[in-house]
Design a protein around this ligand. Structure first.
Ligand SMILES: Nc1nc2c(c(=O)[nH]1)N[C@H]1C(S)=C(S)[C@@H](COP(=O)(O)O)O[C@H]1N2
Ligand SMILES: [Mo]
Length: 443
């Protein structure tokens, strides 16, 4: 059985010519390697390709420099960095989107990640008015509105309180937005990369409301306000806050939040679209009706087929994507591959993921990797032997409420075709006979 080899998509995903060139070089390298191995086997009179390969390969025959020389001393810059061989693994801006310096987005390289956690330096970014590196000693957080005593907290005061740490995904409501128009951006970094998952640490918002003596009988909503120039404000239902899930967070993956992700304080609203996870959080107001702020009246609304705007769509519905093999990658051989990807639901745990390799005619149940957590990314995988013929790979997730991720025809039947936000349709990757993987949309 061959062990499937996937060519990592090169730096410039959009350059199809470059991808082809790199794939052909990689294949040529493999042919030369095998030819050398068989020649060595013939010369040595041994049988067995594995043994022969080992015989001819200088990478196993010769002691490398790192086994003979002196290694580097401990890192002097104090904060570790990835291997220089991983320089291709980066956040990227989509060439298909208009960017200004202040209103910008970068996408996480989902195709290069393992497990469920997004390294903080690769977390996607979405800034409505640029990012800041705020001095935590000057940052203040205020609670006001329907409270007995409006309160102002320093970071020290917040960080003295009992904290919790929880793993959750964050997904921008605009993730996969370009696929509404069947733009077919080339890689899963651009189709699904406004998605990340971290362990967040902070204080449940309900604790802070109680400290301020919030009128919990009257309170129905809170308004969260950010400290950057975009004056990001979002209404959040009290039910989510009451559950204890909403966090006023300062920690991300064991360290303080990164500046791009809201340092020193951000709201974590599990299951809800990214825009409500207000960064540089400076104020929570308790109220009894929604505020209809600019970020919820004109942005992140869904244009429905009947011409009305659906407001306050907040929960990110169940969704999944295959990250390997995915668009821009190249399968170099026939044979065994581990199809793998991510599934998530804003309504709880992922219960099952089905994978199809024939465009949805047949489905097999994928393995879910532990741990499977609520409102968190879940890693799935499925064994596959590629026969070298064109194949269409799809994944379809189901969550613990029984909701099943829709195909494009089902999604469009409900949502029409003029949306920008909240696209959770099944993604299809076409594996061509050449091994190249392309983004395609089925019916
Ligand atoms: N203060 C503030 N909060 C914000 C934003 C912003 O621009 N300013 N962007 C929002 C949007 S639209 C998203 S998707 C998430 C992105 O979070 P990230 O940059 O940490 O990925 O933050 C949200 N919170
Ligand atoms: Mo967003």
């Amino acid at each position: 059985m061959n062990t499937g080899r996937v060519l990592k998509a090169p730096e410039n995903f959009l350059d199809a010519q470059g991808i082809r060139q790199a794939a052909s070089e990689a294949r040529q390298g493999r042919r030369d390697f095998l030819r050398g191995a068989f020649a060595a086997a013939a010369a040595a009179g041994t049988a067995g390709a594995a043994h022969a390969q080992a015989k001819g390969d200088p990478n196993i025959l010769e002691l490398p420099e790192h086994s003979r020389g002196l290694g580097q001393p401990v890192a002097t810059d104090g904060y570790g960095k990835p291997s220089k061989h991983e320089a291709n693994v980066q956040r990227r801006q989509s060439p298909g989107l208009t960017q200004t310096r202040q209103a910008s987005v970068s996408f996480a390289p989902l195709q290069s990640l393992f497990g469920i956690v997004t390294p903080s330096g690769l977390h996607f970014e979405r800034h409505h008015q640029g990012w800041w590196d705020i001095d935590p000693s000057k940052h203040r957080f205020m609670v006001n509105g329907l409270v007995k005593t409006p309160k102002v907290f320093t970071m020290d005061e917040l960080m003295r309180l009992p904290s919790v740490s929880r793993f959750h995904f964050i997904e921008c409501g605009a993730n996969t937005g370009m696929e509404w128009g069947n733009v077919a951006v080339p890689t899963c970094q651009y189709t699904h990369g406004m998605l990340s998952c971290s362990e967040f640490t902070g204080v449940p918002l309900i604790t802070l409301l109680e400290l301020a003596g919030a009128d919990l009988a009257k309170a129905r909503f809170v308004l969260a306000e950010g400290g950057d120039g975009s004056s990001m404000t979002r209404t959040i239902p009290m039910d989510l806050v009451r559950s204890g899930e909403v966090l006023v967070a300062y920690g991300q993956n064991g360290e303080m939040l990164r500046p791009e992700n809201g340092y020193p304080l951000r709201l974590v609203v599990p299951g809800v679209q990214g825009v409500s996870w207000v960064k540089y959080l400076r104020r929570i107001e308790v109220g009894d009706q929604p505020w209809a702020a600019k970020d919820e009246a004109i942005h992140y609304v869904d244009l429905m087929p009947d011409g009305t705007h659906r407001q306050y769509t907040s929960i990110q519905e169940c969704k999944s994507v295959i990250t390997t093999p995915s668009g821009g990658q190249v399968l170099l051989d026939k044979g065994f591959y581990s199809i793998t990807g991510l599934a998530w639901s804003g309504r709880g745990k992922v219960r099952q993921v089905d994978v199809s390799v024939d465009g949805g005619r047949n489905w097999r149940v994928a393995r879910l990797q532990d741990p499977v957590m609520s409102k968190c990314l879940t890693r799935f995988s499925l064994d596959w032997v590629w026969d070298g013929k064109p194949a269409i790979l799809q994944s379809r997730a189901r969550d613990e409420t029984g909701y099943v991720q829709p195909g494009y025809p089902q999604l469009r039947a409900v949502r029409g075709s003029r949306s920008i936000y909240h696209n959770n349709a099944i993604q299809s990757w076409l594996v061509e006979q050449s091994g190249e993987v392309k983004n395609v949309q089925l019916g």
